[in-house]
Ligand binder design. Structure first.
Ligand SMILES: C[C@@](CO)(OP(=O)(O)O)[C@H](O)COP(=O)(O)OP(=O)(O)OC[C@H]1O[C@@H](n2ccc(N)nc2=O)[C@H](O)[C@@H]1O
Ligand SMILES: Nc1ncnc2c1ncn2[C@@H]1O[C@H](COP(=O)(O)OP(=O)(O)O)[C@@H](O)[C@H]1O
Length: 310
């Protein structure tokens, strides 16, 4: 007969993707302090992993390892802890969890890494604590934590309106191959939006990017490359001028299109196929225009359980 100490602690493991914005159309700053958006998100094959284990009631903690974690506080301000706490508060407060996160998504890189961890914590805790929450409700909790959290739960390719939290999936045929150029250090999302306000006080058009949506529906990377758009790019490049060099080098080396990812400073290059992505990532590495280079494909699924044992 096994002793009590041999009974395994219930454990949930979740994988959650980074996002890029294929289009990021930004309107004028609203009275609520947010900008209305029309954005097209795509989840890409760069994932954080989160493990959740039951702990004493009321104890919610996080430990982090991997990419950029020196810059993130592992305390109550951590987005994963806030997500778990929100869920516990909404469902009776008598829950405890020990979270550990292995990060691969760059911190403050414009790829929604913190939002991804919040999404992973929501999903993992809802399963660990056996809560009766459906995906729509989970996305509503997500929107309270950050505008990008609902998309990290949904994944795939989707249009985001409102603050970027109102989502509708879009048809996207085939896979697109991207090369990501990570920069040294992050950029603060609020600071980039503030610079956007100074540069474009009236905001940009929020019209649906129909040509881009058609290119996605047809799985046409060449067309897609022509219609990538990011209204925050000018502000991000203004704050980090070296991003323009990175973009220019990638385009000179044959990328179909390039854009700053979200509020930056990661730059995403669209490639014709996997071979072209291998060649571009090698060249960008040799040119030294990025701290690190990663090849990814999209779209991929949103936050998903990968294993659980009770
Ligand atoms: C720019 C985008 C594009 O997807 O992503 P990132 O580049 O940060 O990954 C998002 O709009 C970022 O979403 P997220 O990082 O979740 O932002 P939040 O926590 O909701 O808000 C942080 C701050 O960003 C500004 N903000 C955010 C969303 C929005 N629609 N308008 C804004 O002005 C506000 O100043 C807000 O206080
Ligand atoms: N679990 C977390 N992972 C990453 N960042 C976090 C986390 N919790 C809180 N943050 C904070 O959230 C901010 C935004 O980080 P992140 O989501 O990685 O970038 P971005 O908004 O550019 O996509 C950073 O200031 C970071 O310190």
């Amino acid at each position: 007969m096994s002793s009590l100490s041999e009974i395994p602690t219930p454990t949930i493991r979740v994988r959650v993707p980074a996002k890029i914005n294929l289009a990021l159309c930004v309107g004028a700053l609203g009275e609520d302090g947010y900008h209305p958006l029309t954005t097209v998100f795509q989840a890409v094959s760069l994932h954080d992993e989160l493990i959740a284990q039951v702990d004493e009631p009321g104890t919610i903690t996080v430990a982090m390892s991997g990419e950029g974690t020196d810059e993130v506080a592992a305390d109550d301000s951590n987005l994963a802890v806030r997500a778990a706490r929100l869920l516990a508060e909404q469902h009776g407060d008598e829950f405890g969890v020990r979270l550990s996160i292995k990060k691969s998504i760059p911190v403050a890189g414009g790829m929604a890494g913190g939002s991804a961890d919040a999404a992973a914590a929501l999903l993992a805790c809802s399963v660990l604590w056996d809560l009766d929450v459906d995906p729509e409700e989970l996305r509503e909790y997500g929107a309270e934590l950050g505008s990008d959290v609902p998309f990290a739960l949904l994944g795939g390719t989707a249009i985001g309106t409102g603050r970027g939290d109102k989502l509708v999936p879009v048809l996207s045929r085939g896979a697109h191959h991207w090369v990501l150029a990570f920069a040294d250090g992050g950029l603060s999302t609020p600071a980039v939006y503030r610079r956007f306000d100074e540069l474009s006080p009236r905001g940009g058009s929020l019209e649906m990017p129909t040509e881009l949506l058609n290119a996605l529906a047809q799985g046409d990377s060449v067309e897609l490359g022509k219609h990538l758009r990011n209204d925050l790019a000018e502000a991000a490049i203004d704050l980090r001028p070296s991003l323009q060099t990175t973009i220019d080098v990638g385009l000179d080396c044959g990328a179909l299109g390039a854009m700053v990812s979200g509020s930056g400073p990661t730059v995403a290059f669209l490639c014709r196929n996997e071979e072209a992505a291998v060649a571009l990532s090698t060249t960008l590495g040799v040119e030294g225009v990025a701290r690190a280079v990663r090849r990814v494909a999209g779209p991929v699924a949103g936050a998903r359980l990968i294993t659980s044992c009770a």
